[in-house]
Design a protein around this ligand. Structure first.
Ligand code: F6R
Length: 608
């Protein structure tokens, strides 16, 4: 992961670099640094921890120079110390890097054998020395970088500046994204358009294998065969202001509360409320009638949205769905056939494993359709069909509103598929659309459970482990609940299909174990009640999330019952996601963790 930025400016750039890094913190936040050219000489400031530490460092010891690069890190190779923080540099060259140089060991050994002394534990440092050695031997910077790029294997985005070269910056992309910003007598490099938002709205995206030589007048882009290529400059609508928390304590709280609105926006893109029909915003290049099989691939929370969609597509469209986490799919050589539909779900649109899975599916001849939140992302650009989620920028590392917007898109897609395959009549479609239209209102109602959940969170925060159970579409939600709690409160949690409890996890149940049961009143409710009975009989503390009917029929002593609005069961996961997210959020607040930037995580995972 990591975020990188570079500026060829007309005024001192250190402050602008830090400004831009703030927008890139979602990519990593364990250390940060900047390097500039001060009177032609490379100078650096770096700091362990959050950006505010780097800001303090710069305040104590300011950095001049109109040419500079910056980096915010998510450690892969080497601990998150100041010494391992980027930029890495010699007196001739400074480098920022996002990704992994996979053959760094071999390159490092080769360099060490010739006497190079390494001072960090990072893979990046090999790039620095390889370039430096060529510069030392009199090779010009552009030629040196060209030669070094041909030796690197792995996934990387790089930014380089050179001592004595005030009007030169080089960038390279092989995997992780890299954007060029066009200014007025200034040029920029950044991991994404958001990073460059304060400086310019005119962006060109490098394609895989591209590298670029920048000066203040413009950019010369080369492809992987070193041929000069043109990459279109597009106007980007990213707001220049940093998204703020409004009156919320955390972005995550704001994003949970935004859900009725953004899910509503997404709904409006996929549903014609007047005619009660589902309308895809783009023409699909296939007919669902001819699709034999769907494969859904994603990571983390997005994969749980895909898991819910499996239930929907199978039930509403009678389409067999295979679901994979992308890190497994990309290597398991799944036999996709020409004409199969491969669906990819990603908030960032940059997740390395999901992108690799997409490329694999494309190579197999499958139709590729992605559900993404960032329309300019690599996954969006490389997919045949893009179904956007309209969640807006999601800043909290734990995904909330992107998840429910993904569900809204996938629910619409399942209805469209059911209709096209003749599994749903006009009347069925109208009924389902009617249920979808109700979702934003039901989500608002679900938010009113917050005071109860806040109280409950104090109990949960005393636990070492928490179990989440659900059946049907509540099962993926149980997995999501457990993930959300783990990642932001650091309390161990597991999600299970309620019927699986007796096949092992029931051994964990005792009076210290809270069990969150997600169970709207539906056709499997009674089965879930039996599972709750099994928990209660062993002294487990049950937290039941259900509707009024479920609460009345459960007849089991639960610690707390969160009563949810009445609704049809089909699309309940979108609404039940709300208390599940709130429980994780408030537990994390009680635990005093860094809710928006939990330890060891990053928002965009561009490494394997
Ligand atoms: C969890 C979370 C992650 C992401 C996963 C995929 O709250 O946010 O599990 O869902 O890293 O990221 P995207 O959706 O950007 O591909």
């Amino acid at each position: 992961m990591c975020g990188i930025v570079g500026i060829l400016g007309r005024a001192p750039v250190a402050e602008q670099l830090v400004d831009s890094l703030k927008r890139l913190e979602y990519r990593g936040y364990d250390s940060a640094g900047v390097a500039t050219l001060e009177n032609g000489a490379l100078a650096r400031r770096r700091a362990e921890g959050k950006l505010k530490n780097l800001e303090a460092r710069l305040e104590a010891k300011p950095l001049g120079g109109h040419t500079g690069i910056g980096h915010t890190r998510w450690a892969t190779h080497g601990r998150p110390t100041e010494n391992n923080a980027h930029p890495h540099a010699t007196e001739r060259v400074a480098v920022v890097h996002n990704g992994i140089i996979e053959n760094f060991r071999e390159l490092r050994e080769g360099l060490e054998a010739k006497g190079t002394v390494f001072s960090t534990e990072t893979d990046t440092e090999v790039v620095v020395h390889l370039v430096d050695n060529l510069l030392k031997g009199g090779v010009a910077p552009v030629e040196a970088v060209r030669a070094v790029l041909s030796q690197l294997r792995g996934a990387f985005a790089l930014g380089l500046i050179f001592a004595g070269e005030d009007d030169l910056m080089i960038g390279a992309r092989n995997g992780p994204p890299l954007a060029i910003g066009h200014g007025d007598g200034e040029m920029y490099l950044g991991s994404d358009a958001i990073a460059l938002g304060p400086f310019t709205d005119t962006i060109s995206y490098l394609e895989d294998g591209d590298w670029v030589v920048l000066n203040r007048k413009g950019a010369t882009i080369f492809d992987k065969d070193n041929a000069i290529v043109h990459r279109e400059a597009i106007k980007h609508l990213t707001a220049t202001a940093l998204v703020d928390k409004a009156n919320y304590r955390h972005f995550m709280a704001k994003e949970i509360h935004e859900q009725p609105e953004v899910v509503g926006h997404t709904l409006a893109r996929y549903v014609d409320m007047a005619t009660e029909r589902v309308t895809m915003p783009v023409k699909l290049p296939f007919d669902f009638k001819n699709i034999q099989r769907v494969s859904i691939t994603a990571c983390g929370t997005a994969s749980y949205a895909g898991f819910v969609a499996k239930y929907w597509l199978e039930r509403l469209a009678r389409l067999p769905v295979e679901l994979d986490v992308a890190s497994e799919f990309r290597y398991r050589e799944a036999p996709l056939r020409k004409g199969d539909l491969a669906v990819f779900i990603s908030q960032s649109g940059e997740t390395a494993d999901t992108l690799a899975a997409l490329r694999y599916a494309k190579a197999q001849g499958a139709y590729t359709l992605s559900v993404v939140n960032v329309p300019t992302s690599t996954i969006a650009r490389e997919s045949e069909v893009v179904l956007p989620t309209l969640a807006g920028p999601e800043i909290g590392v734990a995904s909330t509103k992107a998840f429910t917007c993904q569900l809204m898109v996938l629910a619409s897609l399942a209805v469209a598929a059911g209709k096209a395959r003749g599994e749903l009549s006009d009347a069925d479609e109208a009924k389902l659309v009617h249920s979808l239209v109700e979702i934003p209102r039901l989500m608002s109602e679900a938010l009113t459970t917050e005071p109860h959940i806040e109280k409950l969170a104090r109990e949960i925060s005393k636990s070492r482990d928490v179990l989440y159970l659900g059946r049907g579409t509540s099962y993926p939600l149980a997995l999501e609940g457990a993930l959300k709690l783990k990642e932001i409160s650091y309390i161990h949690a597991e999600g299970y299909a309620a019927g699986e409890l007796k096949h092992g996890p029931i051994a964990l149940i005792d009076e210290h174990m809270p069990v969150v049961v997600i169970a709207p009143y539906d056709k499997v409710f009674e089965k879930t009640v039996s599972n709750m009975q099994e928990v209660a009989a062993r002294g487990g503390k049950i937290i039941l999330m259900t509707d009024a009917r479920g609460a009345a029929e459960a007849t089991i002593q639960s610690l707390v019952t969160i009563v949810m609005p009445d609704m049809g069961a089909t699309f309940a996961p979108m609404v039940y996601a709300v208390p599940v997210q709130l429980l994780a959020y408030h537990t994390a607040v009680v635990m005093g963790t860094d809710v928006d930037q939990p330890r060891n995580l990053a928002k965009s995972v561009t490494v394997e």
